[in-house]
Design a protein around this ligand. Sequence first.
Ligand SMILES: [Cu+2]
Length: 544
Amino acid sequence: MKSLRAILAVASMVAAFQLPSQAASPSDIGQWTQPFNLPLIGMHSSLLPTGKVLLYSAEHGVPGVQAYVLDPVTLALTEIPPPGDWIPACSGHSFLADGRLLVTGGQIGTEDPPLGTTECNIFNPFTLQWTRIEDTRRGRWYASNITLGDGRIVTFSGLDEYSDFNPDIELWDPKGSSNWQLLGEKILEYYPHLNLLPNGLIFRSGPDGRTETYNVSNDTWTVVAYRNVAGRFDAPFVMLPPNQNRFLCMGGNDKSNQPNGTAEMIDLSSPNPQWTYVNPMHFVRMDFNAVILPNAKVFVIGGRTNYLPEAVYALTPEMFDSQTLTWSNMAPHQIPRWYHSSALLLPDGRVMVSGGDDQTTGEIYSPPYLFQGTRPAIQSAPNIVQYGQKFSLSFTSTTPTNRVALIRNSCVTHSVNMEQRYVLLADLTNGSGTFTVSGPATGNIAPPGYYMLYVINQNGVPSVSAMVHVLPESLKILEARKTGSGIQFFWSLNFADATVQTTASLLPQTTWVSQPGTPAIQGGRYTLTVPVTSNPTFFRLASQ
Ligand SMILES: [Cu+2]
């Protein structure tokens, strides 16, 4: 505690130094809420399909293991204890197509050097339950997950149960019966920086300087280019919107624990892709986060500007303009957000940051666009968006041209956001109205799962988003079986949030009643048995 007080004293000096020299308005630099208390440090943050945030952690400020679901609007908390003695801190995670979060590994005890567990669990955001799945072959502490275009998940790297690097590349198939399937072996640094490319290859852009693609179908790695800065450990990476072939890396350290502030970009669609420097950040940073905003800018938040002999914190976030490639300082936050902090975009366009070792608080940031006039408002959007299929979207906007974009729900830890992805759908003219928009062409452009659908006006002001479910197929009952007590329905694995509804007659139209019960998974499909109380009764599936 003594050293922590010293650190906080330094931090407050830094805060004073970093304040903008002249009073800037929220429409230029945004605005923070007051910090609010949390019962844990926000080491792992995942935006759920319900718009709530799953937070979990262990030690580093609060003894033991903690997991909570936070409503980012009311700040209400629901405790969701992880099962058994599983410690999910320092795990890997990514979303399944049905909105459940698959978590690989974590920690065994509090050993140093750390030991990785083989245990894996799935969190269901609709029932708020953890379910254990197959263990990985070896332990994974600091592993990265990635969701493929067909909804399968691959996990890479981490330390195993003996504290050795785990070379296994393993695949989990929600329809499979032989999980985890070993795809290949390669020693990779902790928390590899992975993005799915539109061509289906995985691009690994760090944290070390050899950047390369991985082909899941034939276990082939191909070097793309070497970065100018070899080591960008403890730093985020971004697939730079709106083009899914441009990548941005910034800050980090080369394992010397001295951070840098440089930034580099690569365009994989060029004939000979090379990393080139762009303008550096105004602050050197390590242990920070990068959040893609609906206006296609990148918000960089937190980190340390110095490590030894005394940690110094960056309290001034920066905004990267993906068009002009320039950085601007934004409003400072109050609490140091460093190692074990996390930040993610909320459905209303704000950004939540929480954690950092010993920091049991969160703060929510309203970017400048929330002070720049009337926001577009979505009047109707579909629940389900299918690949290559047109859908109808109604909204109001005060500007003639408007953009429609999807941003995939984030899950982030240790500076690494394993899901963050911006999908441009349309640039529309004619202001307000009802428009026909096409869904993403393929799963490699938008892996199946939940996304925030935003309408962004020509000044970069976004609507509140609509949560949409991007899928290859629509919601339908696949099979119904008569049982002793009623009818057992089966539907596609993609719909964890579906419920069976009944009605007594279709004409005249009567109320649909949701049937009680939690769907079970059986043979790779969801199922629920509904008692038949009247005859005739009509059935349908409904999703949130
Ligand atoms: Cu850690």
